[in-house]
Write a protein that binds this ligand. Structure first.
Ligand SMILES: [Zn+2]
Length: 410
């Protein structure tokens, strides 16, 4: 080892192996006047090092503290540093820092596990992972030009004694053909992604043509505030998810009203819950027959059936290829679903569709989405596209879909 002298190895049984070293640097000159420096003292600095012989180890660096011998010189004492051994304020050797960063960052080990292996404090490891990891991910060239930017709430972890959900916002480049995570910011509020976007330069933001979001206010506010010129696009995945959750609410309410208790095994609607939310084209004949039977038994006023059709019709928005037609379709659908004859859950879906009309229809221009390709709704092939059939009368066409003629025969 050309840079250091090993002064000794101290091996007290239960403790870590202590390796004492000094730097082999030659005597420096005073930075102020150039006079060859004197050693003032040799304070030992204990650093966490890589384990050796299967035991944790400490490197004790007897640093040189230098001073200027010239009494007229104003230079105070200074310490001889060597970043090859350890960074100035690091509590760990450089090689150990690189190693823990790889263990946690690349191999996905927990900080606690690595800290146990090194026989040191959790914070020592975490600080090193952050110090060595940040330069690896904060590469300014990492984020190139983005045409479509998606914001998506993501469950980050369940923390603490009550396993409380901690949410974060994923910022994703969803330009066509790409799905690249750019960053993650805390919480699912507008402030986090807004601050992130404000920190980017103006030119980069100007290049974003589409902002892709779920059907919720916070991200709409982020885009309104920070990307006023970008077209907002509602993610199809979230609209279908919303339609499914309204259907589920409706099933639970009907179940409760007809039986007087929440659903359980043996109730007719309870086993239908998965069949209901499944995409219709993915149900086979048996699934269809079973769903029909369960609805006949447990849905006396046809409300669940209505919510199910509403979900399927909402999905069919994405089968339409012509943007102008999609606009008419969504306008009509938003109105029809708010009709008094619909169950409350369906009316609520209708209100959301009406409120997000522009963002929903913008998808047909932009064709971008936050979801992975597999979660995007695909066009079912079991019924015709509206512009082939009743293009001249959308109201009739939606009524036809909602009445279920295209799906389940009454
Ligand atoms: Zn000096």
């Amino acid at each position: 080892m050309p840079a250091i002298n090993v002064l000794g190895v101290e091996d007290q049984h239960a403790d870590a192996v202590m390796v004492h070293i000094e730097s082999r640097a030659s005597r420096p000159g005073c930075p102020e006047c150039g006079t060859p420096a004197w050693v003032k003292d040799r304070p030992p600095v204990e650093l966490v090092d890589l384990p050796c012989f299967g035991r944790s180890a400490r490197l004790v660096w007897h640093k040189h503290r230098w001073c200027c011998p010239d009494p007229d010189c104003e230079m105070c004492s200074w310490t001889g540093e060597d970043p090859r051994i350890a960074s100035v304020r690091g509590a760990m050797t450089d090689r150990a820092g690189r190693w823990v960063c790889e263990q946690v960052g690349r191999l996905g080990r927990t900080v606690a596990e690595v800290a146990r292996e090194l026989g040191c404090d959790w914070h020592t490891v975490n600080d090193a992972v952050v110090a060595y990891g940040v330069p690896l991910v904060e590469d300014p060239a990492r984020i190139g030009e983005v045409r479509a930017l998606g914001l998506d709430e993501t469950l980050f972890c369940r923390a603490g004694r009550w396993r409380t959900q901690a949410w974060c916002t994923s910022i994703v480049d969803v330009s066509p053909g790409r799905s690249q995570l750019l960053d993650v910011v805390p919480r699912r509020r507008a402030a986090g992604p807004s601050a992130w976007l404000c920190a980017r330069d103006e030119q980069w933001r100007q290049a974003i043509r589409y902002g892709v979001l779920d059907l919720s206010g916070p991200y709409r506010k982020t885009f309104d505030d920070t990307l006023p010129d970008a077209t907002q696009v509602a993610d199809p995945f979230h609209l279908v998810k919303l339609a499914n959750s309204k259907l589920d609410e409706c099933r639970q309410r009907v179940q409760n009203e007809t039986l007087g208790h929440p659903g359980r095994k043996g109730d007719p609607l309870y086993p239908a819950r998965r069949l209901l939310t499944k995409a219709h084209e993915r149900l086979d004949e048996r699934g269809n027959a079973k769903l029909r039977r369960l609805l006949e038994a447990g849905d006396p006023r046809g409300e669940v059936r209505m919510a199910w059709h509403a979900k399927e019709v909402a999905r069919s928005i994405y089968e339409i290829t012509d943007p102008a037609l999609a606009g008419e379709f969504v306008d009509q659908l938003g109105q029809d679903l708010q009709d008094e004859s619909c169950p409350p859950e369906v009316r609520s879906l209708g209100r959301t569709i009406a409120r997000w009309r522009d963002q929903i229809v913008a998808w047909h221009q932009a064709l971008v989405s936050n979801g992975p390709p597999a979660s995007r709704p695909t066009a079912p092939d079991n019924h015709e596209q509206p512009h082939q059939a009743q293009r001249y009368d959308l109201k009739l066409w939606i009524g036809y879909l909602l009445g279920g003629a295209a799906y389940l025969p009454r």
